[in-house]
Ligand binder design. Structure first.
Ligand SMILES: NC(=O)c1ccc[n+]([C@@H]2O[C@H](COP(=O)([O-])OP(=O)(O)OC[C@H]3O[C@@H](n4cnc5c(N)ncnc54)[C@H](OP(=O)(O)O)[C@@H]3O)[C@@H](O)[C@H]2O)c1
Length: 298
Protein backbone atom coordinates (compact mmCIF):
# COMPACT_ATOMS: atom_id res chain seq x y z
CA UNK A 1 0.00 0.00 0.00
CA UNK A 2 1.00 3.56 -0.37
CA UNK A 3 1.54 6.48 1.97
CA UNK A 4 0.00 8.78 -0.56
CA UNK A 5 -3.69 9.55 -0.89
CA UNK A 6 -5.57 7.38 -3.36
CA UNK A 7 -5.92 9.03 -6.72
CA UNK A 8 -8.94 8.88 -8.98
CA UNK A 9 -8.53 7.32 -12.40
CA UNK A 10 -6.83 9.68 -14.79
CA UNK A 11 -6.33 9.72 -18.51
CA UNK A 12 -4.25 6.73 -19.55
CA UNK A 13 -0.58 7.19 -20.29
CA UNK A 14 0.90 4.90 -22.85
CA UNK A 15 4.05 4.31 -24.82
CA UNK A 16 2.07 2.39 -27.38
CA UNK A 17 0.48 3.84 -30.51
CA UNK A 18 -3.19 4.82 -30.08
CA UNK A 19 -5.88 2.32 -31.03
CA UNK A 20 -6.58 4.37 -34.12
CA UNK A 21 -3.21 3.23 -35.42
CA UNK A 22 -4.76 -0.20 -35.91
CA UNK A 23 -3.49 -3.47 -34.52
CA UNK A 24 -2.09 -3.79 -31.03
CA UNK A 25 1.59 -3.08 -30.83
CA UNK A 26 3.44 -6.38 -30.78
CA UNK A 27 5.60 -7.01 -27.74
CA UNK A 28 8.88 -8.85 -27.92
CA UNK A 29 8.78 -12.39 -29.25
CA UNK A 30 8.06 -14.91 -26.49
CA UNK A 31 5.51 -17.19 -24.91
CA UNK A 32 3.06 -14.32 -24.42
CA UNK A 33 3.67 -12.61 -27.77
CA UNK A 34 0.58 -10.82 -29.06
CA UNK A 35 -1.19 -10.97 -25.70
CA UNK A 36 -2.26 -7.98 -23.63
CA UNK A 37 -2.18 -8.04 -19.82
CA UNK A 38 -3.39 -5.80 -17.03
CA UNK A 39 -1.57 -6.25 -13.72
CA UNK A 40 -3.18 -4.26 -10.91
CA UNK A 41 -0.92 -2.79 -8.25
CA UNK A 42 2.08 -3.08 -10.56
CA UNK A 43 3.85 0.17 -9.80
CA UNK A 44 5.86 -1.75 -7.18
CA UNK A 45 6.69 -5.13 -5.67
CA UNK A 46 5.56 -8.48 -7.03
CA UNK A 47 3.10 -6.84 -9.45
CA UNK A 48 5.88 -4.80 -11.07
CA UNK A 49 8.13 -7.86 -11.45
CA UNK A 50 5.27 -9.95 -12.86
CA UNK A 51 4.43 -7.22 -15.38
CA UNK A 52 8.10 -6.90 -16.30
CA UNK A 53 8.42 -10.62 -16.95
CA UNK A 54 5.21 -10.68 -18.99
CA UNK A 55 6.61 -7.84 -21.08
CA UNK A 56 9.93 -9.61 -21.51
CA UNK A 57 8.06 -12.68 -22.72
CA UNK A 58 6.19 -10.77 -25.38
CA UNK A 59 3.03 -9.39 -23.77
CA UNK A 60 1.97 -5.76 -23.92
CA UNK A 61 1.31 -4.73 -20.32
CA UNK A 62 -0.87 -2.14 -18.62
CA UNK A 63 0.56 -1.00 -15.31
CA UNK A 64 -1.63 0.27 -12.49
CA UNK A 65 -1.40 1.81 -9.04
CA UNK A 66 -2.69 4.78 -7.10
CA UNK A 67 0.57 6.68 -6.82
CA UNK A 68 1.03 8.63 -10.06
CA UNK A 69 4.69 9.40 -9.45
CA UNK A 70 5.73 5.83 -8.71
CA UNK A 71 3.62 4.53 -11.57
CA UNK A 72 5.27 6.96 -14.02
CA UNK A 73 8.73 5.91 -12.80
CA UNK A 74 7.93 2.22 -13.32
CA UNK A 75 6.46 2.92 -16.75
CA UNK A 76 9.60 4.82 -17.78
CA UNK A 77 11.75 1.92 -16.60
CA UNK A 78 9.72 -0.46 -18.78
CA UNK A 79 9.83 1.88 -21.76
CA UNK A 80 13.60 2.21 -21.42
CA UNK A 81 13.82 -1.58 -21.53
CA UNK A 82 11.86 -1.57 -24.80
CA UNK A 83 8.72 -3.19 -23.39
CA UNK A 84 5.25 -2.46 -24.79
CA UNK A 85 3.61 -0.66 -21.89
CA UNK A 86 0.69 1.56 -20.96
CA UNK A 87 -0.31 2.73 -17.51
CA UNK A 88 -3.35 3.99 -15.67
CA UNK A 89 -3.59 5.59 -12.25
CA UNK A 90 -6.70 3.97 -10.79
CA UNK A 91 -7.94 2.91 -7.38
CA UNK A 92 -9.23 -0.60 -8.08
CA UNK A 93 -11.81 -0.35 -5.29
CA UNK A 94 -13.58 2.25 -7.46
CA UNK A 95 -15.57 0.58 -10.25
CA UNK A 96 -15.58 3.63 -12.55
CA UNK A 97 -11.79 3.79 -12.24
CA UNK A 98 -11.59 0.10 -13.23
CA UNK A 99 -13.56 0.85 -16.39
CA UNK A 100 -10.94 3.48 -17.28
CA UNK A 101 -8.18 0.95 -16.51
CA UNK A 102 -9.67 -1.63 -18.87
CA UNK A 103 -10.31 1.03 -21.47
CA UNK A 104 -6.62 1.92 -21.31
CA UNK A 105 -5.73 -1.60 -22.45
CA UNK A 106 -8.29 -1.54 -25.24
CA UNK A 107 -7.35 1.94 -26.46
CA UNK A 108 -3.64 1.20 -26.39
CA UNK A 109 -3.51 -2.40 -27.58
CA UNK A 110 -6.96 -3.31 -28.91
CA UNK A 111 -7.61 -6.39 -26.78
CA UNK A 112 -7.24 -7.96 -23.34
CA UNK A 113 -6.03 -11.50 -22.66
CA UNK A 114 -4.72 -11.55 -19.09
CA UNK A 115 -5.92 -9.92 -15.90
CA UNK A 116 -3.83 -10.31 -12.76
CA UNK A 117 -5.55 -8.91 -9.67
CA UNK A 118 -2.52 -8.20 -7.53
CA UNK A 119 -3.28 -4.86 -5.84
CA UNK A 120 -3.75 -5.27 -2.13
CA UNK A 121 -3.40 -3.57 1.22
CA UNK A 122 -2.18 -5.66 4.14
CA UNK A 123 -2.25 -5.03 7.87
CA UNK A 124 -0.38 -5.32 11.17
CA UNK A 125 -3.29 -5.05 13.53
CA UNK A 126 -5.21 -7.22 15.94
CA UNK A 127 -8.95 -7.40 15.33
CA UNK A 128 -9.97 -6.11 18.78
CA UNK A 129 -7.95 -2.91 18.33
CA UNK A 130 -8.77 -2.33 14.69
CA UNK A 131 -10.89 0.63 13.63
CA UNK A 132 -13.88 -0.72 11.66
CA UNK A 133 -12.98 1.58 8.77
CA UNK A 134 -9.48 0.09 8.59
CA UNK A 135 -10.92 -3.44 8.47
CA UNK A 136 -13.14 -2.33 5.58
CA UNK A 137 -10.26 -0.69 3.72
CA UNK A 138 -8.08 -3.82 3.89
CA UNK A 139 -10.96 -6.14 3.00
CA UNK A 140 -12.13 -3.91 0.14
CA UNK A 141 -8.69 -3.66 -1.42
CA UNK A 142 -8.45 -7.44 -1.55
CA UNK A 143 -12.06 -8.28 -2.46
CA UNK A 144 -13.52 -5.38 -4.47
CA UNK A 145 -9.99 -4.65 -5.69
CA UNK A 146 -10.30 -7.99 -7.50
CA UNK A 147 -14.03 -8.02 -8.26
CA UNK A 148 -14.23 -4.57 -9.88
CA UNK A 149 -11.36 -4.92 -12.39
CA UNK A 150 -12.73 -8.33 -13.33
CA UNK A 151 -16.28 -7.02 -13.79
CA UNK A 152 -14.98 -4.27 -16.06
CA UNK A 153 -12.70 -6.65 -17.99
CA UNK A 154 -15.07 -9.60 -18.37
CA UNK A 155 -16.54 -8.85 -21.84
CA UNK A 156 -13.03 -8.52 -23.28
CA UNK A 157 -11.80 -11.68 -21.54
CA UNK A 158 -14.80 -13.59 -22.89
CA UNK A 159 -13.80 -12.44 -26.36
CA UNK A 160 -10.19 -13.55 -25.96
CA UNK A 161 -10.98 -16.64 -23.82
CA UNK A 162 -8.36 -15.11 -21.59
CA UNK A 163 -6.90 -15.71 -18.15
CA UNK A 164 -7.72 -14.27 -14.75
CA UNK A 165 -5.20 -14.78 -11.98
CA UNK A 166 -6.14 -13.79 -8.46
CA UNK A 167 -3.12 -13.11 -6.29
CA UNK A 168 -3.89 -14.60 -2.90
CA UNK A 169 -1.65 -15.60 -0.03
CA UNK A 170 -0.77 -18.66 2.00
CA UNK A 171 -2.52 -16.80 4.83
CA UNK A 172 -5.80 -17.52 2.99
CA UNK A 173 -5.23 -21.21 3.68
CA UNK A 174 -5.49 -20.82 7.45
CA UNK A 175 -5.97 -18.00 9.93
CA UNK A 176 -3.11 -15.72 10.90
CA UNK A 177 -3.25 -13.63 14.08
CA UNK A 178 -2.99 -9.88 13.32
CA UNK A 179 -4.18 -10.46 9.75
CA UNK A 180 -7.98 -10.80 10.10
CA UNK A 181 -9.22 -8.60 7.24
CA UNK A 182 -6.32 -9.51 4.97
CA UNK A 183 -6.75 -13.28 5.51
CA UNK A 184 -10.53 -12.99 5.07
CA UNK A 185 -10.09 -11.05 1.82
CA UNK A 186 -7.51 -13.45 0.41
CA UNK A 187 -9.72 -16.45 1.29
CA UNK A 188 -12.73 -14.74 -0.30
CA UNK A 189 -11.02 -14.35 -3.66
CA UNK A 190 -9.94 -18.00 -3.67
CA UNK A 191 -13.58 -19.01 -3.28
CA UNK A 192 -14.62 -16.42 -5.85
CA UNK A 193 -12.23 -17.98 -8.35
CA UNK A 194 -13.73 -21.42 -7.74
CA UNK A 195 -17.27 -20.12 -8.13
CA UNK A 196 -16.50 -18.25 -11.34
CA UNK A 197 -14.64 -21.25 -12.78
CA UNK A 198 -17.91 -23.18 -12.43
CA UNK A 199 -20.32 -20.37 -13.34
CA UNK A 200 -18.36 -19.20 -16.39
CA UNK A 201 -16.99 -22.56 -17.52
CA UNK A 202 -18.49 -22.18 -20.98
CA UNK A 203 -16.70 -18.90 -21.65
CA UNK A 204 -13.33 -20.67 -21.84
CA UNK A 205 -11.79 -18.15 -19.44
CA UNK A 206 -9.13 -19.53 -17.13
CA UNK A 207 -9.67 -18.59 -13.47
CA UNK A 208 -6.69 -19.35 -11.27
CA UNK A 209 -5.43 -18.49 -7.81
CA UNK A 210 -1.82 -18.12 -6.73
CA UNK A 211 -1.22 -18.39 -2.99
CA UNK A 212 1.99 -16.48 -2.44
CA UNK A 213 4.23 -17.13 0.57
CA UNK A 214 6.78 -14.83 2.19
CA UNK A 215 8.45 -12.75 -0.50
CA UNK A 216 11.06 -10.00 -0.41
CA UNK A 217 9.38 -6.62 -0.16
CA UNK A 218 10.28 -3.22 -1.57
CA UNK A 219 11.81 -1.21 1.30
CA UNK A 220 9.00 1.33 0.88
CA UNK A 221 6.22 -1.23 1.34
CA UNK A 222 3.76 -0.20 4.03
CA UNK A 223 0.79 -1.94 5.63
CA UNK A 224 -1.93 -0.51 7.87
CA UNK A 225 -1.87 -0.55 11.66
CA UNK A 226 -5.03 -0.69 13.79
CA UNK A 227 -5.63 3.06 13.39
CA UNK A 228 -5.02 2.97 9.65
CA UNK A 229 -1.52 4.44 9.75
CA UNK A 230 0.99 3.10 7.23
CA UNK A 231 3.74 1.10 8.99
CA UNK A 232 6.57 -1.12 7.71
CA UNK A 233 5.83 -4.80 7.33
CA UNK A 234 6.79 -7.19 10.16
CA UNK A 235 10.27 -8.67 10.00
CA UNK A 236 10.52 -12.03 8.22
CA UNK A 237 13.73 -14.08 8.21
CA UNK A 238 15.30 -13.54 4.75
CA UNK A 239 15.91 -17.27 4.30
CA UNK A 240 12.13 -17.82 4.36
CA UNK A 241 11.57 -15.37 1.52
CA UNK A 242 11.50 -15.88 -2.21
CA UNK A 243 12.66 -13.10 -4.48
CA UNK A 244 10.05 -11.11 -6.39
CA UNK A 245 11.54 -12.39 -9.64
CA UNK A 246 11.13 -16.03 -8.51
CA UNK A 247 7.51 -15.40 -7.57
CA UNK A 248 6.86 -13.62 -10.89
CA UNK A 249 8.25 -16.62 -12.78
CA UNK A 250 5.92 -18.95 -10.87
CA UNK A 251 2.92 -16.71 -11.61
CA UNK A 252 3.72 -16.79 -15.34
CA UNK A 253 4.12 -20.55 -15.31
CA UNK A 254 0.73 -20.78 -13.53
CA UNK A 255 -0.87 -18.70 -16.31
CA UNK A 256 0.85 -20.58 -19.13
CA UNK A 257 -0.31 -23.92 -17.77
CA UNK A 258 -3.76 -22.54 -16.92
CA UNK A 259 -3.48 -24.04 -13.44
CA UNK A 260 -6.40 -23.71 -11.03
CA UNK A 261 -4.31 -23.26 -7.93
CA UNK A 262 -0.64 -22.71 -7.26
CA UNK A 263 0.69 -22.67 -3.72
CA UNK A 264 4.11 -21.08 -3.58
CA UNK A 265 6.81 -22.30 -1.18
CA UNK A 266 7.34 -25.41 0.88
CA UNK A 267 5.89 -23.60 3.91
CA UNK A 268 2.70 -22.91 1.95
CA UNK A 269 2.35 -26.54 0.93
CA UNK A 270 3.00 -27.64 4.52
CA UNK A 271 0.23 -25.28 5.70
CA UNK A 272 -2.20 -26.84 3.21
CA UNK A 273 -1.28 -30.31 4.42
CA UNK A 274 -1.54 -29.53 8.13
CA UNK A 275 -4.70 -27.42 7.73
CA UNK A 276 -6.42 -30.18 5.75
CA UNK A 277 -5.41 -33.23 7.75
CA UNK A 278 -4.28 -31.99 11.17
CA UNK A 279 -6.03 -28.65 11.80
CA UNK A 280 -5.70 -28.90 15.59
CA UNK A 281 -1.94 -29.33 15.23
CA UNK A 282 -1.83 -26.26 12.97
CA UNK A 283 -3.62 -24.16 15.60
CA UNK A 284 -1.33 -25.48 18.33
CA UNK A 285 1.76 -24.44 16.35
CA UNK A 286 0.40 -20.93 15.70
CA UNK A 287 -0.66 -20.42 19.31
CA UNK A 288 2.75 -21.57 20.59
CA UNK A 289 4.76 -19.49 18.15
CA UNK A 290 2.68 -16.36 18.69
CA UNK A 291 3.94 -16.22 22.29
CA UNK A 292 7.58 -16.68 21.30
CA UNK A 293 7.59 -14.77 18.00
CA UNK A 294 5.37 -11.75 18.51
CA UNK A 295 7.57 -9.66 16.21
CA UNK A 296 6.76 -12.09 13.39
CA UNK A 297 3.02 -11.51 13.66
CA UNK A 298 2.95 -7.87 14.74
N1 LIG B 1 5.15 -9.84 -0.18
C1 LIG B 1 4.69 -10.94 0.40
O1 LIG B 1 5.36 -11.55 1.25
C2 LIG B 1 3.33 -11.48 0.01
C3 LIG B 1 2.89 -12.67 0.61
C4 LIG B 1 1.66 -13.17 0.25
C5 LIG B 1 0.87 -12.52 -0.69
N2 LIG B 1 1.32 -11.37 -1.25
C6 LIG B 1 0.45 -10.68 -2.23
O2 LIG B 1 1.18 -10.31 -3.37
C7 LIG B 1 0.61 -9.11 -3.92
C8 LIG B 1 1.70 -8.07 -4.09
O3 LIG B 1 2.27 -7.80 -2.82
P1 LIG B 1 3.59 -6.94 -2.65
O4 LIG B 1 4.36 -7.55 -1.55
O5 LIG B 1 4.22 -6.73 -3.94
O6 LIG B 1 2.96 -5.58 -2.06
P2 LIG B 1 3.17 -4.07 -2.49
O7 LIG B 1 4.58 -3.81 -2.83
O8 LIG B 1 2.53 -3.25 -1.40
O9 LIG B 1 2.29 -3.98 -3.82
C9 LIG B 1 0.92 -3.80 -3.78
C10 LIG B 1 0.57 -2.80 -4.85
O10 LIG B 1 -0.83 -2.60 -4.86
C11 LIG B 1 -1.08 -1.21 -5.00
N3 LIG B 1 -2.41 -0.93 -4.46
C12 LIG B 1 -2.85 -1.09 -3.19
N4 LIG B 1 -4.14 -0.76 -3.13
C13 LIG B 1 -4.52 -0.39 -4.36
C14 LIG B 1 -5.73 0.06 -4.93
N5 LIG B 1 -6.85 0.18 -4.19
N6 LIG B 1 -5.78 0.37 -6.23
C15 LIG B 1 -4.67 0.24 -7.00
N7 LIG B 1 -3.49 -0.19 -6.52
C16 LIG B 1 -3.42 -0.49 -5.22
C17 LIG B 1 0.05 -0.56 -4.23
O11 LIG B 1 0.30 0.75 -4.67
P3 LIG B 1 -0.34 2.03 -4.00
O12 LIG B 1 -0.61 1.71 -2.57
O13 LIG B 1 0.66 3.12 -4.21
O14 LIG B 1 -1.57 2.25 -4.77
C18 LIG B 1 1.21 -1.44 -4.65
O15 LIG B 1 1.74 -1.01 -5.87
C19 LIG B 1 -0.49 -8.68 -2.97
O16 LIG B 1 -1.73 -9.16 -3.44
C20 LIG B 1 -0.11 -9.38 -1.68
O17 LIG B 1 -1.20 -9.59 -0.84
C21 LIG B 1 2.53 -10.82 -0.93
Amino acid sequence: MSDSAPAAATAPATSAPPAAAGLPRPGAPGVFAGQVAIVTGSESGIGRETARRLGQQGAAVVLNGRNAERLAATRQEFEAAGLAVASCVADVTDYAACEVLVDTAIQAFGRLDILITNASISQRAYFAAMQPEVFRQVLDSNVYGSVYPLKAALPHLVQSQGCVTFISSISALNGMPSGSAYCAGKAAIANLAHTLRLELAETGIHFGVVHIGFTQNDPEKRVLDAAGQPVPIAHRPPRWQKSQAEVAAIILSHIRRRRQRTVISALGRLIVLVHTWLPALGDWIVLRTIRRMRHFYE
